[in-house]
Design a protein around this ligand. Structure first.
Ligand code: GLA
Length: 732
């Protein structure tokens, strides 16, 4: 495992436990080409895959066909202007308007470990090796350092690029993407995660067609419309078999994730900051660092790809992974804006009675906020609602054994707020235009240090004012009027990325000043559910739609890339506030069990039977939840595909325990049990079904399957727990 360079072949070899990635230096000029990325292979000479012996040949052999070479060669980091008309990773413009850029190999370095990326989320830790390849454009004086890190314990390769202007004149980067893959030899399907508010992440799979296709955001956030993720799976690949590639962006702003076949049928897949509207000026000596992209290749189909991402994010990206995830009750769907100290305390008392650990005071506690129309930016407690503030509430809750959490929306300002009246210029706005409102609010210009300092001063004062252990950092609109008064003319193409950098800086400060705080990010639900935010917060509120049946598909889509440990999942009120559906309390508990568990309802309004069920749900969360959050997940059946039932299996890493969450979404007339083959167990180990005491080998459960009884009616659920039995003799 690791990284090696073969000077004879001029090939870089990157190995993860089960995959190999090969890069070749070509020709005396030093083009850098992607030779291979796929399942692990021995050290065979693989340069033949570059097809250099076929027309149009390398330019040294056929200088008269340089453009044709450019348009077919599998560039490792393609640049624009010489004749490669596929989507480039790099575009640079000179002051005169020159737009040609070319990169040639210069030197490289292989070292143990991985350097952090200043100001950006970045994978870290463990046994890993990094390759840094320096390339240069000899005319522009641009140097690009391509970084690749391989980890010894996960099948992930991280890529990013650092672009430095070593010339004498300023340049503007108009594209600076993070990663590029070239795939061919198979029929591929493209898989993206499109969505909408309250309907995050439907798995969209279709054959790659001609032209450019994929996912993107230009909304300033990674968005509800598309997740910054893309997969290419061979057409025959299934959930657990076949070749699947995944690309995930460790970034939270505008992005492009795109696949594009060329004339020869090779697919170029790129991932990075969306070039539209992007322009980054580099004075001589200045550098631009792209965000990082994580690449996965799996022979175990989409399930294998997802599990690699889950392991990678949990071990090498989410810094707060080990933090305690409180069971909580959130005031939002319990009370909306309609609460005061006594109502919150009553909710807290109910939480204490049921054994819930944390009460989160959501929107409505600050300024004079009674609805959406005011007070964002005025982060001081409304003493009319909460006399004595959070200190008093926190102490009273603490006395009954409940901790306090708080909601804030730090990036926003209401037109009706003291902050906006004092500093109207703090809002993002285009000169001459009144900024466009959304949810009756403006976005603060986080590109400006004084704005960030002002926001940070307020957040930290709130957190210091009381024993607050949890912060839900919300963000409830897209960015419009992306113009920063801090940037000179000609540099507004930097504003959107600088906003994201400002956001990261704020959250970094928060983590370093409040290391014990549990931060949960949220963006009207999953509008910024991305690997960038997971670097700062170990969990994200998955969707404003917490209704259990819709959540099946939302959590399935989210889990294609992100671990269950990162998903806020609550038992919500019935009928659902988002889709009016009523589901049994038990089913709501089972569906939420996989994520970071809580209640999104008024505990005081539950029926006695529902309330009495909470301690049991919490016990399940404590005992079985970790199997979903830390173990291996297998999607056995999907409601989004078959429209009748859903089955998610999680297996503890040591294979000693498996939990199946089965939901009979629609009751059907054919009243026979459903046979469901399991996965992920040790074939020769004995496993006992806790419900029935039945004991069989792992192979028996996996091939024979479990028989799931017909449940009484729609939306019913069942947990099947299989315990590994020590001593193979038991059960026969
Ligand atoms: C967003 C969040 C909700 C809630 C409200 C409060 O919609 O996603 O969970 O916090 O804001 O305004």
């Amino acid at each position: 495992m690791g990284i090696a360079y073969d000077p004879r072949e001029r090939v870089f070899r990157l190995d993860t436990p089960h995959t190999t990635y090969l890069i070749g230096i070509v020709d005396a000029e030093g083009f850098l080409g992607q030779i291979y990325y796929g399942p692990r292979i021995p050290a065979d000479p693989m340069r033949y895959l570059l097809r250099l012996e076929e027309p149009p040949y390398a330019p040294s052999r056929e200088p008269g066909e340089r453009v044709s070479f450019y348009d077919t060669f599998p560039f490792e980091y393609p640049a624009w202007g010489g004749g490669d008309f596929r989507e480039p990773c790099l575009r640079a413009e000179t002051a005169e308007g020159g737009r040609r850029c070319e990169l040639f190999y210069q030197s490289h370095e292989i070292f143990a470990g991985k350097k952090p990326l200043e100001g950006l989320p970045a994978a870290f830790g463990g046994e890993c090796t990094t390759l840094a390849i320096r390339c240069a454009d000899p005319v522009l004086g641009l140097q690009v350092c391509l970084s690749y890190t391989v980890f010894e314990d996960v099948d992930v390769i991280c890529r990013s690029a650092r672009i430095e202007n070593q010339g004498a004149a300023p340049l503007t980067l108009t594209a600076a993407l993070s990663a590029c893959l070239t795939l061919d030899g198979r029929d591929f399907d493209l898989i993206t995660l499109p969505g909408a508010w309250a309907h995050e992440w439907r798995i969209d799979r279709r054959p790659v067609a001609s032209g450019r296709q994929g996912a993107f955001s230009l909304r300033g956030i990674s968005s509800h419309q598309f997740n910054p993720f893309l997969a290419l799976a061979e057409h025959t690949a299934t959930r657990e078999q076949g070749l699947a590639y995944g690309m995930c962006f460790l970034y939270s702003g505008n992005f492009l994730a795109q696949a594009e076949p060329d004339a020869c049928g090779k697919i170029r897949a790129v991932l990075g900051i969306h070039p539209e509207g992007f322009g980054w000026r580099l004075e001589p000596g200045e550098a631009f660092q792209t965000p990082e992209a994580a690449l996965v290749c799996s022979e175990q189909g989409l399930g294998g790809m997802s599990r690699s991402f889950h392991d990678f994010f949990r071990r090498h990206l989410i810094r707060g992974q080990g933090k305690h995830r409180y069971s909580l009750v959130n005031s939002w769907e319990a009370a909306y804006f309609d609460f005061d100290h006594d109502r919150l305390l009553a909710l807290g008392q109910k939480a204490a009675e049921a054994g819930i650990e944390l009460l989160v005071v959501d929107d409505g506690w600050f300024g004079h906020r009674e609805d959406e129309t005011s007070s964002l930016g005025d982060w001081y407690v409304n003493e009319k609602k909460l006399p004595g503030g959070f200190r008093r509430l926190g102490e009273e809750l603490s006395a009954i054994g409940v901790k306090l959490g708080v909601w804030m929306e730090p990036e926003m300002v209401s037109p009706d707020s003291d902050l906006y009246r004092a500093h109207p210029d703090y809002a993002l706005q285009t000169p001459g235009w009144a900024p466009a409102q959304s949810r009756k609010q403006y976005v603060l210009d986080l590109t400006r240090r004084e704005v960030r300092d002002c926001v940070y001063g307020q957040i930290s004062a709130v957190l210091r004012s009381a024993p607050i252990v949890y912060l839900k950092w919300d963000m409830n609109r897209v960015l419009s009027d992306v113009f920063s008064s801090a940037l000179p003319a000609g540099r507004q193409g930097e504003a959107a990325h600088r906003y994201t950098l400002g956001l990261y800086e704020l959250q970094e400060r928060l983590l370093s000043d409040f290391p014990d705080l549990l931060l949960e990010n949220c963006c009207s639900g999953g509008g910024r559910f991305d690997a960038g935010m997971l670097y700062y917060s170990p969990q994200i509120w998955t969707s404003d739609n917490a209704e259990a049946i819709d959540r099946l598909t939302i959590q399935e889509g989210t889990a294609l890339a992100y671990p269950f440990s990162s998903m806020g999942a609550h038992v919500a009120a019935c009928p659902s506030h988002t889709n009016c559906r009523s589901t049994p309390f038990r089913t709501r508990g089972h569906v939420a069990l996989a994520g970071c568990f809580g209640y999104e309802l008024d505990l005081c309004k539950l029926t006695p039977a529902e309330f009495a069920a909470i301690p049991g749900q919490l016990a399940e969360y404590r005992e079985l939840g970790p199997v979903f959050r830390d173990g291996d997940a297998y999607r056995l059946a999907s409601y989004s595909e078959n429209r009748s039932h859903d089955a998610l299996l999680a297996v503890r890493k040591d294979r000693s325990l498996a939990v199946l969450c089965y939901v009979q979404v629609v009751s059907r007339a054919q009243r026979r049990s459903l046979r469901l083959p399991l996965a992920g167990l040790e074939p020769l180990r004995q496993y006992r079904d806790r419900r029935t005491g039945e004991t069989r080998s792992g192979a028996g459960w996996m091939h024979g399957g479990v028989l799931l009884p017909v449940l009484e009616g729609d939306h019913q659920s069942l947990l099947v727990v299989l315990e590994g039995v020590d001593g193979a003799a038991e059960g026969g």
